[in-house]
Design a protein around this ligand. Sequence first.
Ligand code: SF4
Ligand code: SF4
Length: 130
Amino acid sequence: MPPAANYDDVALRASWSHRSAAYIAGLGRFGLNNLLITASGCAGPLFTLFISVELEPGRPMSEELCLNKKGGQCGCCLKHCPQKAFSQGGSFDRFKCHERLLEVSGDFNYLNRLCDVCGKCSIGPCALAA
Ligand code: SF4
Ligand code: SF4
């Protein structure tokens, strides 16, 4: 199983985070929705590739890409999260989010666990472009 999908059932933490790796490499910044917003938005998957070539390390991006974190007003993700799993203050409750993912997975049981996501937090203005 891919390391990011093989998470600890109790702590709900995976042994690897593609989005944290992408953040460290300077590809984007975390938005209020706890997703990494890149120049292409936040509504896409991220993957990590390990290669044996020495490269100049990237640097975390300094510019905020989330409209709220930039000092504007958006909150679209907050409005749409059915679990209220995160807050204006930046906290994220992974347990609340996970409850919803289990519900969705149960609703689509017949798809053999191919559908276990919710994603209502990735439909705001930052979805497709920063
Ligand atoms: S929907 Fe708005 S507030 Fe939420 S992460 Fe995107 S830009 Fe930020
Ligand atoms: S995936 Fe769904 S439940 Fe989880 S934070 Fe996003 S909107 Fe909320």
